[in-house]
Structure formats: structure tokens, C-alpha cells
Design a protein around this ligand. Structure first.
Ligand SMILES: NC(=O)c1ccc[n+]([C@@H]2O[C@H](COP(=O)([O-])OP(=O)(O)OC[C@H]3O[C@@H](n4cnc5c(N)ncnc54)[C@H](OP(=O)(O)O)[C@@H]3O)[C@@H](O)[C@H]2O)c1
Length: 278
């Protein structure tokens, strides 16, 4: 069996490959794709330098692949063409199963960040390729505990519940979907232990012994704050919009699907905070 992982050079990709190896997939049966391939030279797998812009190189890399873990690209606004190339290449190569990392509630949410994911889900559906959708909710790593201790937490998520897990949980779930049977045609809503931003602040306070507060801002003010700390305006706008959507439940997903794929409970929020504190 050959499993190709796109975005293998990123944080999630590396963890997914490590999970595949831990599940007993031989390194000789894993191919990792990315641009900065030096980053995964240590994994012992086959590595190919391929950009999402190059449909021919993608097709070559997918040829002979039984399964592809298609990790969504990180360049928001450019993913329509990039993801079209990936799906075209997977179809050209006759891949047996594509497992795609999407966004929570992609087909019903009004979160702007999800639009390119919904487009990709529809591409996959139209392609006729067997596929599995992993609608990953937030990574807990999106919240920087050290910065929270220094400056407090800020956002526009109100009292919306946010189901977050460490990337390692989502990576392990992806590996399960790749090596297990019966996942073709399934859509999984994946999220971990949920919290409001006030609850996150309280938990960081409890575990660190230092009081951390959460300041909720109107969406536009939060976007201004993000620009003020150096984010490009387009990125700030999309993150503030995500918080606005979160305030209305966009990231509030049950942990059931993630725990089913993991075959264990999700990583507790307290453990994730402790990992950042240590
Ligand atoms: N759920 C969440 O909270 C959350 C948060 C952030 C991102 N995401 C999504 O989840 C994905 C994986 O997360 P992550 O933390 O692993 O992100 P990451 O560390 O930024 O990795 C992104 C990966 O995408 C690859 N990539 C980007 N543009 C590419 C292109 N044009 N051609 C080929 N490869 C390209 C990068 O390759 P190189 O580094 O080699 O260029 C890298 O391997 C992200 O790309 C994004 O879609 C989700």
C-alpha cells in the first residue's frame, strides 16, 4: 500500500506521518509532498518536492498511490486553484481514496475561512473519487498560553463554545481514517474538549497560578488589534470573522467523531495547557 501525504512539511503533516509510522505503516510505503522538503528529511520516508501549483508534478507524485492524505493548503485566497490542481491530479492518477482536511460545518457555516474548504469538498464529490472529509475544528495551539500570561486573551468569540484539540489528535485521527476500513464517503466533524474564551482564561489561570482574563471585542476592533500586532489586514479580517462565527457556535462540535477515530478520549484541555506551560 502506498500513502501520499500532501502538506507533509507542515506541522499537521509531520504529525500525521508519525502517526502512520506508529500504526505500523512501513516508511517505504509513505510519500510526503511539500515545498520545503528538508524539513522532513529525518522521517525516513520518500519525499518529493511538489507545489500545489504544478498539476503534472502532483499527478506524477500520486501515480500508484492507494490513498492520499490531502492536507489543505495554508495560503488563504489561493486555494481554489491549488486544490483544483490536487483533485485533478488525484483523478488523473486514479487514487483509491482521498482523505481531505476541511473546516467545521463547511456546508452550513458562514465562516469565511470555510468557503475554500466547501469548494474543495464539492470538487471531491464531483470528481467521483472515493473520499473522506475530516472537518477539523481549531487546533488548541492557536492559543498561545505564554502570550496569554503576558498580555491576557483577546478575541471576538463572545461566549461561543470552541471545540479544540492539539494537532496531534487530528493527525492521529487522519492516520486512522487512512489505515482503517469503511471511511470512504464519510464526513467527520472533528473537535476536542470545548470551552468558552472565559473558561479558557480561567483554566490557564488555575494551572499557571497567574490570573488571565479574556477581553471580548467587537469583530472590527479585534481585526484592528490583530493588524496592530503585525498581521496583514486580510489575515486579520479572516481571523476576526472566524471569531464572530465562533461566537454563534461555528466551532462548537461534539467530540464524538474525533474520539471514535482515535479510539480513545481526546486530549484534555488541561493537558494541552500544561504542555505549553512546561
Ligand atoms: N484547524 C485549525 O485551527 C487550523 C489552523 C491553521 C491552519 N489550518 C489548516 O490546516 C492545514 C495544516 O495545518 P498546519 O498547522 O500543518 O499548517 P502549516 O504548518 O502551515 O503547513 C502548511 C503545509 O501546506 C504546504 N503548502 C502550502 N502552500 C503550498 C503550495 N502552494 N504547494 C505545496 N504545499 C503547500 C506547506 O508546504 P511548505 O511548508 O513545504 O511550503 C506545508 O506543508 C493548513 O494548511 C490550513 O489549511 C487549520
Amino acid at each position: 500500500m502506498t500513502i501520499v501525504v500532501t502538506g507533509a512539511t507542515g506541522h499537521l503533516g509531520r504529525l500525521a506521518i508519525e502517526s502512520l509510522l506508529a500504526k505500523g505503516v512501513p516508511a517505504s510505503e509513505i510519500v510526503g509532498l511539500g515545498r520545503q522538503v528538508d524539513k522532513i528529511a529525518d522521517l525516513g520516508i520518500t519525499v518529493k518536492q511538489v507545489a500545489y501549483e504544478d498539476v503534472d508534478a502532483l499527478t506524477d507524485a500520486f501515480r500508484g498511490a492507494d490513498k492520499v492524505l490531502f492536507i489543505s493548503g495554508s495560503e488563504v485566497g489561493r486555494r481554489i486553484q491549488q486544490h483544483t490542481n490536487v483533485v485533478t491530479a488525484a483523478k488523473n492518477a486514479g487514487v483509491g481514496l482521498v482523505v481531505y482536511t476541511s473546516a467545521p460545518k463547511a456546508d452550513t457555516t458562514d465562516m469565511k475561512l470555510a468557503a475554500e474548504h466547501l469548494f474543495t469538498e464539492r470538487l471531491l464529490a464531483d470528481s467521483g473519487l472515493p473520499h473522506t472529509i475530516l472537518r477539523n475544528s481549531w487546533y488548541i495551539e492557536n492559543y498561545n498560553v505564554q502570550q496569554a500570561l503576558e498580555h491576557g486573551l483577546f478575541g471576538a468569540a463572545g461566549r461561543g463554545r470552541i471545540a479544540a484539540s492539539p494537532r496531534a489528535d487530528y493527525a492521529e485521527a487522519a492516520a486512522s481514517a487512512l489505515v482503517g476500513e469503511g471511511h470512504a464517503g464519510k464526513v467527520y466533524e472533528l473537535g476536542g474538549e470545548s470551552f468558552t474564551m472565559d473558561e479558557l482564561a480561567a483554566e490557564i489561570s488555575r494551572l499557571s497560578g497567574k490570573t488571565v482574563t479574556y477581553t471580548d471585542l467587537p469583530e472590527e476592533k479585534y481585526a484592528e488589534l490583530l493588524v496592530g500586532v503585525g498581521l496583514p489586514p486580510a489575515a486579520a479580517e479572516i481571523l476576526a470573522d472566524s471569531d464572530r462565527a465562533a461566537s454563534r457556535g461555528a466551532l462548537d462540535v461534539p467530540r464524538t467523531d474525533l474520539e471514535t477515530l482515535l479510539g480513545r478520549p481526546v486530549t484534555p484541555l488541561a493537558d494541552s495547557i500544561r504542555a505549553q506551560l512546561s
